[in-house]
Every structure is written in C-alpha cells, then in structure tokens.
Design a binder for this molecule. Structure first.
Ligand code: R5P
Length: 308
C-alpha cells in the first residue's frame, strides 16, 4: 500500500488496520511544478494499492495519482488498485446543459489509461459513475457506519431528510437502519453558482428530530438551506450526516452559524484544522478501506461486508 500526498494519515491508518508497513515512495514536485514519483521498493508482480483521495488541490492530486499509477506499472506491479476515498468531479456526471463536459467520465478514462486495474472508492456522487470505468470498481458505503452512530444516541421521534429528490435512496437506506420515516426537501440550485434554495418539503417533520443525509458538503449551502427549511416546517432538532467533508470556501462558518446541532462526517478527505467546527464529529473509514483491501487481495467478497 502506497500513499500520495492527499491524505497520508488515512493511508497510514489503513496500513495499521492491515498490520503492514506503508510502502516507501517519493512523491513530490520539482521547482518547475512537475510532479515526480519514485517507488522505493521492489513491487514486481505484487498486488499494489495506491491510496489517493482527490482532495484540494484537486488537479494536483489527480495528476499525482496518475503518475503513481504509471510508476507502478513501469515497475512491473502485478495488479494496481487506485484507492480513491473521495472521487472529485463526481458532480460533473451528465450533460445537463449545452456544451458542458462529463468530467467524471474523463477522469475515469485517464485513470484507466494510466494503467489502473481496479478502483476502490467510497460513496460516489452517483452510482452510475462506476460504469464510467471499464475496469472493476468496488464502491464502499459509509452510510451504515454513519447511521449506526445515531443509533447510539436517543433520537426518538426521528425523521431522515434527503437534501433533494435524487438523494432519496441514501435517506431511505439510513432510515431503514434507524427504523425511521423519511422526508425530502426539494432544492433548487441557481445556475452554476454555489447558491442553493430549498423549495418545498415532502413528508412530515413537525416536532421531530431531523437527520439530514447527503454525500458531500461543499460550500455547505445545501445542508444549511435544507436545515432552514426543516426548521420552518417545524423540526425540533436538526442533525446532519455526510460522507465527504469537502468544506470549500466559507462552509465551516456557515455550518457553525446554522441551526444544525451536530454534523457527523467521515475522513475520506483530510479536514484542515481551520476547517473544523465545534459541531463536527469525524468517523474514520480506515477500517472499511483496510478490510476491503484485505478482501480484494485475498479474493474474498467485498459485498459481504455490507450484508448484515
Ligand atoms: C448535490 O447534488 C450533492 O448531493 C450535495 O448536496 C452537494 O454536492 C453539496 O454541495 P454544497 O455544499 O456546495 O451545496
């Protein structure tokens, strides 16, 4: 298991789970801004896992991953798995306006062309992104882990709220684990801007504890607009559970100032100290990724991890 520079802490924790030492490699930029990678140990015919979350600076981290894949391929690795806890560009997954790219597909293509044999990832923005790859993709989900963290507390009278109609499945999966009903807040995004407006509500939240679920928090606009709408419709307390803490721009302040009581996220992305809020609780996906790597390496079922 080797790590790029995006999230070395997670890669080390994955190795701790696997009880192995992280692979030795140099991954750095020359003065001319060119990225350089050198794998510092023999990996001929080995089963190689390259851990690189596509966190900011997104394009640098994509490039690092591609160059690591190329280095591994040229070092005669037996099999290369790109372990991408957070797959950026996932929101660009369809041509929903004239003359726009499908960047999620483009990134999938270049990862494949670079020489990856498999991909291991967590909660893609849309499941169909798996099909953008012509190599096997194992998509893990943090939904059960996030949901179970709410099982441990007293959230009687709970309702699970989706931030839009497209996210209803995640809400249903969470609600199923927590044995709660769901509500859907219909939202409206202002063109290509990051501003979001919650429009209407499907379901009943009056007097209930609402748990907002989503795949990622970017600017925070979506979950905050959803929380405001839920409050307006009578929700008593509001919690939030999200896999990927992208936390761009003023998101931390927006969340801090919001009506949301607590935000539970995972560590698929590193959270810089200045991006932390007093409301954020972070659960680790290291064991999830570590177990999946163990299963992929030994030919065991990955799906079985989620069967209970
Ligand atoms: C959108 O479809 C996603 O599920 C998230 O709701 C979105 O990515 C969150 O972005 P932001 O925090 O910038 O509103």
């Amino acid at each position: 298991v080797f790590s790029g520079n995006a999230h070395t802490q997670l890669a080390h924790e994955v190795c701790d789970y696997l009880d192995i030492t992280i692979g030795k490699a140099e991954v750095f930029k020359f003065n001319n801004d060119n990225t350089f990678v050198r794998i510092l140990e023999n990996i001929r015919e080995r089963d190689v896992f390259l851990v690189q979350s596509i966190s900011a600076p997104v394009n640098d981290h994509v490039m690092e991953l591609l160059i690591m894949i190329d280095a591994a391929k040229r070092a005669s690795a037996g099999r290369i798995t790109a372990v991408i806890p957070y797959y950026a560009y996932g929101r660009s997954d369809k041509k929903d306006q004239p003359r726009v790219p499908i960047t999620a597909r483009l990134v999938a293509n270049i990862i494949t062309v670079a020489g990856a044999d498999r991909v291991l990832t967590v909660d893609l923005h849309a499941g169909q992104i798996q099909g953008f790859f012509n190599i096997p993709v194992d998509e893990l989900t943090a939904v059960p882990m996030l949901a179970r963290s709410f099982q441990e507390r007293d959230v009687s009278n709970l309702v699970v709220a989706a931030t839009d109609v497209g996210d209803a499945k995640r809400a249903r999966d969470t609600a199923h684990i927590l044995d709660a009903p769901i509500a859907i807040v219909e939202k409206h995004r202002m063109g290509n801007q990051d501003r979001v407006e919650a429009v209407s509500l499907i379901g009943d939240v009056d007097g209930k504890t609402a748990l907002i679920v989503d795949d990622e928090i970017g600017t925070g606009g979506t979950v905050v607009a959803t929380a405001d709408a839920l409050k307006e419709y009578g929700a008593a307390e509001i919690y939030c559970s999200v896999t990927h803490p992208v936390l761009s721009g003023d998101a931390p302040q927006l969340l801090e100032d919001s009506v949301i009581k607590e935000i539970v996220v995972t560590d698929t992305l590193p959270i810089a100290e200045e991006k932390n809020t007093t409301k954020t609780k972070v659960l680790s996906v290291a064991a999830l990724l570590g177990e999946a790597i163990h299963r992929i390496h030994s030919g065991m079922s990955v799906g079985a991890m989620f069967e209970k």
